[in-house]
Design a protein around this ligand. Structure first.
Ligand SMILES: Nc1nc2c(ncn2[C@@H]2O[C@H](COP(=O)(O)OP(=O)(O)O)[C@@H](O)[C@H]2O)c(=O)[nH]1
Ligand SMILES: [Mg+2]
Length: 165
């Protein structure tokens, strides 16, 4: 089964998104050789069933903690066919540097601008189509707590997998 990893810094809504995608059936286990817990579940997107991996929060690909080492290992060694880089839309600029790092490492990412409800509340408007053009990757705005944008995200995953995997 091909893999999709959810990655990003802590508290951006990765686990809520994981639950949205996988529903109730998830398994939690220690990453081999560590005490770091990683959740895995399944999600059917298009006609294919994928393994979804909820990675521990990470700030960069240069690991400072055991959690970050595990996340890095998942992204680089398990070779997911797609990585959802989830960021807090309120902090787009600050969080984009990690997006660029992932791109430079050759990791196939979709940028997920989550917590759009709070960003909108602050009057932040993000032109996702322009970001897609500038970064040359799929970009989708979501509110993982309400499920807003999840169908669009699944559509982008399907298209991305067809094109690159
Ligand atoms: N307002 C709002 N809150 C969210 C959204 N997504 C997640 N949260 C909240 O943000 C917090 C962190 O979410 P979590 O999934 O645990 O983040 P993780 O550390 O990235 O796994 C929780 O209190 C969530 O309910 C969202 O789209 N909008
Ligand atoms: Mg989490």
């Amino acid at each position: 089964m091909r893999k999709i990893a959810i990655a990003g810094s802590p508290n951006v809504g990765k686990s809520v998104m994981f639950n949205n995608l996988t529903g109730t059936y998830a398994t939690v286990s220690n990453y081999p050789g560590t005490t770091v817990e990683v959740s895995r579940g399944k999600c059917k997107i298009g006609n294919e069933e994928f393994e979804i991996i909820d990675t521990p929060g990470m700030y960069s690909l240069l690991p400072l903690s055991e959690e970050e080492r595990v996340s890095r290992a998942i992204l680089l060694e398990e070779e997911p066919c797609c990585v959802l880089h989830v960021i807090d839309a309120k902090n787009l600029e600050r969080m984009l540097s990690f997006t660029l790092q992932l791109l430079e490492a050759g990791i196939p990412i979709i940028l997920v601008l989550n917590i759009m409800d709070e960003a909108r509340g602050l009057g932040i408007n993000i032109d996702t189509a322009r970001l897609e053009k500038e970064l040359n990757i799929p970009v989708v705005a979501t509110v993982s707590t309400t499920g807003e944008g999840m169908d669009i995200l699944k559509g982008k995953i399907e298209a991305h997998v067809k094109k690159f995997c």
